[in-house]
Design a protein around this ligand. Structure first.
Ligand SMILES: *[C@@H]1O[C@H](CO)[C@@H](O)[C@H](O)[C@H]1NC(C)=O
Ligand SMILES: *[C@@H]1O[C@H](CO)[C@@H](O)[C@H](O)[C@H]1NC(C)=O
Ligand SMILES: *[C@@H]1O[C@H](CO)[C@@H](O)[C@H](O)[C@H]1NC(C)=O
Ligand SMILES: *[C@@H]1O[C@H](CO)[C@@H](O)[C@H](O)[C@H]1NC(C)=O
Ligand SMILES: *[C@@H]1O[C@H](CO)[C@@H](O)[C@H](O)[C@H]1NC(C)=O
Ligand SMILES: *[C@@H]1O[C@H](CO)[C@@H](O)[C@H](O)[C@H]1NC(C)=O
Ligand SMILES: *[C@@H]1O[C@H](CO)[C@@H](O)[C@H](O)[C@H]1NC(C)=O
Ligand SMILES: *[C@@H]1O[C@H](CO)[C@@H](O)[C@H](O)[C@H]1NC(C)=O
Ligand SMILES: *[C@@H]1O[C@H](CO)[C@@H](O)[C@H](O)[C@H]1NC(C)=O
Ligand SMILES: *[C@@H]1O[C@H](CO)[C@@H](O)[C@H](O)[C@H]1NC(C)=O
Ligand SMILES: *[C@@H]1O[C@H](CO)[C@@H](O)[C@H](O)[C@H]1NC(C)=O
Length: 638
């Protein structure tokens, strides 16, 4: 037996080596075709999204703005078709193994975009809502575009001068939306007046657009003699941009608001239900119907309420979930004394509690630094922005410390697990140090009105992982008492409720009040937050489903691996398979796990191997998407 097996083994090995030689010979061609293709793709995307290009350190288009015209829909679709045809021409079997996943992801990028084309004339026609739009971009640009050379300032002035054209393009799109009866609901638009009013200044030097010409210019290396002229021309350009913005605001108030759609549900539009299911596919990167998502939501809410009930019973509390959290929220012994106390607590959790436990579940962890800093504006409870892949700039967990005496102490741990480790910081550290080409490493981000006619960015993987990290906290043993466990469940149930109410409103005729009541019944949120949450779901159909569905998919794959491998299952290996390829869509993640299981233990990640990518030089603005999402967002997009 032994003898024969060995011989067969040798035979197979010989065949294998011969095959390898063959593969290697053509792999060169196929792989270099692919490399050329994804480099063409990346170049096209950057030229098409000039501001994204600037944030990604591609500086060829620094004086340009994106075109928002109807004819561009077809131009872009044709370009995507062309690239897709070239991709289909590559023989997959000829690719190097390491290129397979790049192939899959480029294919997913292009085919998802092309599949979104039929839906271009829906939400895309209204590129402004209370969560996203030029009113939020203004300060973001002023604070985040590079301003060190004279050229940077000149380019910025040219971009400001192009704002009238951009706003006029927006108005044309929005008039088309009115004509087609495909407008947003009032709740997506009625906060805009206040947001635009803040930008309405008569003295241009008081405008946020003018910020770069003040301190930034004073500190730059632009020669002293050039500064005055720049300020003067800057001021004129700012004045023009402000007027253009006010024109748009005026148009929204005087024209668009008279035509907002009467029903909150996107399914009330012609083709709306199909549009919604296309959004679900875009956000989740798996095929699911609204009904399937809704049913999963109901089951999850039930399950989590059961978990909460056990603790409440143990604590002799007789009321409902929302009564329980009301009680804790109004008890001052559960809140913080100062901003500094909050920061100290987060740092303690990361460095003294969670960090130590991670080696039991992870290997090959990229050792990138993380720090906790106070958020400069009163935004969400927490956000995360990535640092540099070489560690020269740390990842940052931004904590909202504006209201210590309203910040409860039992949801800080779950937030740390989500934003910092093993959530966004750890996952994105793997992503940044994975050896991936530009089109994956510097993926474009999307404005929230674009999907599903947009290139996907795999929110269900990124947020699914962070929610999975919240649940790992239990296995890591870092929740210190039942209150913190209740805090964890309160975060989880909000994400489960979203599956119910998002599908409820967009596919099942639920009213806004029903949806509000549902969140009041089952979540720990204040009424004010609940209303903003619900209006967010009305505005962005399907977006909020990504978190829970992504987490469920990761758990499903883990259960499958546990069952298949039995005693041999090693949680550290599983996590390596999920994280080491970088950010991927859920369907590719599923294939990665299946491949690993089918060929176990051959493809198992080797714990002793050093981490890859240590020598890679990374651009500064990679993953600025996380910051942007946070910066443009009035509510808590977590
Ligand atoms: C596909 O490959 C064939 C053969 O090399 C070539 O003639 C054809 O132009 C290619 N098509 C595309 C879309 O690149
Ligand atoms: C839009 O709705 C109006 C009023 O209901 C109707 O008269 C018009 O035909 C609709 N337009 C389109 C393009 O469906
Ligand atoms: C720019 O500086 C001027 C003069 O110091 C000041 O009045 C103005 O408020 C500043 N503008 C902004 C946007 O900070
Ligand atoms: C604002 O709108 C008016 C009227 O449509 C137009 O004449 C003017 O050029 C616009 N101004 C800017 C700065 O876009
Ligand atoms: C901007 O402010 C001016 C002066 O207060 C006002 O006349 C104008 O209507 C405002 N513009 C908009 C669009 O609200
Ligand atoms: C998802 O559904 C669409 C439309 O029914 C179908 O064309 C597509 O192949 C499906 N994709 C997957 C991954 O099942
Ligand atoms: C809890 O509820 C049960 C059943 O409704 C009731 O009998 C009991 O008195 C309640 N206990 C407290 C402490 O309120
Ligand atoms: C939060 O406050 C409560 C009440 O003072 C206390 O019992 C609990 O230990 C605190 N939790 C943490 C994690 O500090
Ligand atoms: C909370 O802090 C604010 C601002 O410091 C203060 O005005 C308010 O009275 C405090 N509330 C409570 C309940 O201590
Ligand atoms: C939603 O309401 C519309 C109009 O009242 C009706 O035609 C449709 O069948 C309803 N859909 C569901 C799922 O109840
Ligand atoms: C909220 O809870 C109440 C009382 O348990 C129940 O009657 C009602 O149906 C619930 N509402 C929703 C929208 O689930």
């Amino acid at each position: 037996m032994e003898e024969r097996r060995t011989k067969e083994g040798r035979m197979n090995l010989t065949v294998y080596i011969m095959a390898l030689v063959l593969i290697c010979r053509c792999a060169g061609d196929a792989s270099s075709d692919l490399a050329k293709l994804h480099s063409d793709f990346f170049t096209w995307r950057m030229s098409d999204r000039p501001i994204v290009a600037t944030y990604r350190d591609v500086h060829k288009y620094d004086d340009q703005l994106e075109a928002f015209t109807l004819d561009m829909f077809d131009v872009r679709k044709r370009r995507a078709d062309e690239l897709s045809a070239r991709l289909k021409n590559i023989t997959v079997a000829d690719l190097k193994k390491s290129d397979m996943i790049n192939y899959r992801i480029l294919d997913d990028q292009l085919s998802t975009y092309i599949a979104g084309y039929p839906w271009r004339m829906y939400q895309y026609l209204t590129p402004v809502n209370f969560l996203d739009g030029p009113q939020h971009e203004a300060s973001y640009m002023a604070e985040n575009l590079p301003f060190s050379t004279r050229g940077d300032f000149e380019n910025y002035i040219v971009r400001l001068q192009k704002m009238p054209e951009k706003m006029s393009q927006y108005m044309t799109l929005m008039r088309k939306a009115i004509q087609l009866n495909r407008t947003n609901h009032l709740v997506s638009m009625n906060r805009l007046k206040g947001q635009f009013d803040k930008l309405n200044v008569s003295d241009p030097t008081q405008s946020v657009f003018y910020l770069p010409f003040n301190n930034t210019l004073a500190k730059s290396n632009v020669p002293e003699g050039d500064r005055h002229g720049l300020r003067q021309r800057g001021s004129a350009a700012v004045e023009l941009a402000v007027q253009a913005y006010m024109n748009l605001s005026h148009f929204i108030q005087q024209e668009y608001l008279h035509h907002t759609r009467p029903n909150i549900g996107i399914s009330s539009l012609d083709g709306g239900l199909e549009f919604y299911e296309a959004c679900i596919r875009w956000y989740l990167s798996v095929n699911m119907t609204a009904q399937e998502v809704h049913d999963i939501g109901l089951r999850e809410v039930d399950r989590i309420v059961g978990n909460m009930q056990k603790i409440m019973t143990k604590q002799n509390f007789n009321g409902s979930v929302s009564e329980y959290f009301n009680m804790l929220r109004t008890d001052p012994s559960f809140t913080f004394k100062s901003a500094n106390d909050i920061l100290k607590e987060y740092r303690h959790q990361i460095h003294d509690i969670i960090q130590k436990t991670l080696p039991t579940m992870f290997v090959n962890m990229p050792d990138l630094p993380i720090v906790v800093r106070p958020m400069s504006y009163d935004g969400p409870v927490g956000t995360y922005s990535t640092g540099a892949a070489d560690g020269s700039r740390p990842g940052i967990f931004w904590a909202n410390v504006f209201r210590p005496n309203k910040t409860v102490n039992f949801t800080t741990m779950v937030l740390t697990l989500h934003e910092a480790i093993p959530g966004h910081h750890l996952q994105l550290s793997y992503s940044m140090t994975a050896n991936t080409p530009n089109f994956r490493r510097k993926m474009e981000y999307n404005n929230l009105f674009r999907p599903p006619f947009a290139f996907p960015e795999y929110l269900s993987y990124i947020e699914g992982w962070a929610l999975y990290a919240e649940s790992l906290g239990e296995e890591l043993g870092v929740y210190r008492d039942d209150y913190e466990l209740m805090g964890r469940y309160s975060f989880e149930i909000l994400r489960a409720c979203r599956l119910v109410v998002d599908t409820g409103m967009h596919a099942m005729n639920w009213s806004r009040d029903e949806a509000i009541q549902y969140l009041r019944n089952y979540t720990a949120e204040s009424l004010n937050n609940i209303i903003i949450e619900i209006d967010r779901y009305i505005t962005l159909p399907g977006q909020a489903l990504a978190y829970k569905i992504g987490e469920i998919k990761i758990w499903e794959l883990r259960r499958k691996a546990e069952e298949k491998l039995g005693d041999k299952f090693d949680i550290r290996e599983f996590h390596s398979v999920v994280l080491e390829s970088g950010t991927v869509p859920l369907n590719v993640l599923e294939d990665l796990v299946n491949d690993w299981l089918d060929t176990y233990p051959v493809t198992t990640p080797r714990p002793e191997s050093p981490i890859c990518g240590g020598t890679q030089v990374m651009a500064r603005h990679v993953w600025v998407v996380m910051v942007i999402l946070a910066a443009v967002t009035a509510s808590r997009l977590y």
